[in-house]
Design a protein around this ligand. Structure first.
Ligand SMILES: [Zn+2]
Ligand SMILES: [Zn+2]
Ligand SMILES: [Zn+2]
Length: 229
């Protein structure tokens, strides 16, 4: 976790560029004119598969400035949401991941007989999630990244069948070099305490990872991409 305190950052709507705080963004993405237009019935009906009712899902990394909002079709498997979290924030070397929803574990890959009580991410979002439900996600059971998620509401527009779409995410926080205070470009690799470096103070490429807009910053081999900020 971070030792430099960061105020919760503003975020940017990926559709129209509106920049507001996290709570205001929940309201904005539901009514964003670009999303409403893109997912109006006449357009989405031309796509393969009938558009589906969609849930607005928020993901946050606890005690950090990272958050995102996604539209997830109720007929999407949990794999679709897992895939979105991996592509925006997490994927480094294909580690296992799981959701915990109401005490039930949904695993990204099940080899051999499933563990007692564990299910696969083939479960449909609409069957396991509903508005106001809080749940969690962990990526990598070694160097783990933990996320807290919540279904905010049902969206007033429909999403492409089976899809999970990134709507908005936090802007990249600015970190300072732990030695001299200049803007940081890298972070010490897999260190319990976050140690940031500017270009001059950096000890060497092998010991650091780049500063990226992701809660997986500094962990395992994660170098991004992260969503644009
Ligand atoms: Zn917008
Ligand atoms: Zn890794
Ligand atoms: Zn420095």
């Amino acid at each position: 976790m971070t030792t430099q305190r960061q105020r919760s950052t503003t975020g940017r709507c990926g559709r129209c560029g509106t920049t507001v705080g996290r709570i205001a963004m929940r309201r904005h993405v539901a009514s964003c004119p670009v999303s409403v237009e893109a997912h109006s019935d006449s357009k989405t009906h031309r796509q393969a598969g009938a558009p589906a009712e969609a849930l607005l899902v928020e993901a946050c990394a606890p005690r950090s400035p990272y958050w995102l909002l996604a539209a997830v079709a109720v007929n999407a498997p949990l794999h679709a949401l897992d895939g979105l979290l991996r592509s925006v924030w997490l994927e480094c070397c294909g580690h296992l991941s799981e959701f915990d929803i109401d005490g039930v574990r949904y695993l990204s890959a099940v080899s051999g007989p499933p563990e007692a009580g564990a299910r696969s991410m083939r479960a449909k979002v609409g069957a396991v999630l509903r508005p106001e439900r809080k749940f969690s996600h962990v990526y990598d059971f070694g160097t783990s990244t933990y996320l807290a998620l919540q279904v905010i509401d049902v969206l007033p527009w429909r999403a492409p069948a089976g899809s999970a779409i990134l709507l908005a995410n936090n802007r990249g926080p600015q970190w300072s070099c732990s030695s001299c205070g200049k803007p940081a470009v890298s972070i010490a690799l897999d260190c319990d305490e976050d140690i940031f470096y500017c270009a001059e103070c950096e000890p060497g490429e092998d010991a650091v990872l780049p500063v990226v807009n992701s809660p997986r910053i500094g962990q395992c081999g994660y170098t991004g991409p992260g969503a644009p900020d």
